[in-house]
Design a binder for this molecule. Sequence first.
Ligand code: MN3
Length: 196
Amino acid sequence: MLNLPELPYAYDSLAPYMSKETLEFHHDKHHNTYVVNANKIIEDNNINYDNLESLVKNSHSSNQGLFNNAAQHWNHIEFWQWMKPNGGGNIPSELESKIVEDFGSFDKFRADYIAAGATQFGSGWCWLVKGADGKLSVTKTPNGENPIIHDQKALLGCDVWEHSYYIDYRNARPKYLEAFIDNLVNWERVAELFGS
Ligand code: MN3
């Protein structure tokens, strides 16, 4: 059974950058629906799996409905941890050096990341990933697709489905992405994933 995790902070603690109302809908309704749907498909088809990552990987080519919901479950578990109250700001130095090495500057990374999220047509995600060669890059994916199926390690993902920003930013997706990078990102979590 897949389970909906609690948010790692209070619902009102990311305001004004992400409101209590957004988190209530996004976590309690949208994320929960992915969990309920994935569990139903798993149960109805007697699907066995070792862990969520292998379920995401194995369902990608064999069961689109299960993949959509299991991948979104994984994406959201990570997404909640990629934010924190009073986020943004200081980046652990080892990670910052690597970002500068691979992008030229932090500002270039920031611009690339926001552009990836802003230009993802329709629903999806933008990512900072570490490739098999250890190099960092920015990518974007449609719907529930994620770096797992591209054999990349996800270091930082941002949900650009409208349910993630429409209550707070209406149609201004770039404003939401700017607020995410500047005021919400939990860089300690990103650095932990980078080092692991
Ligand atoms: Mn979402």
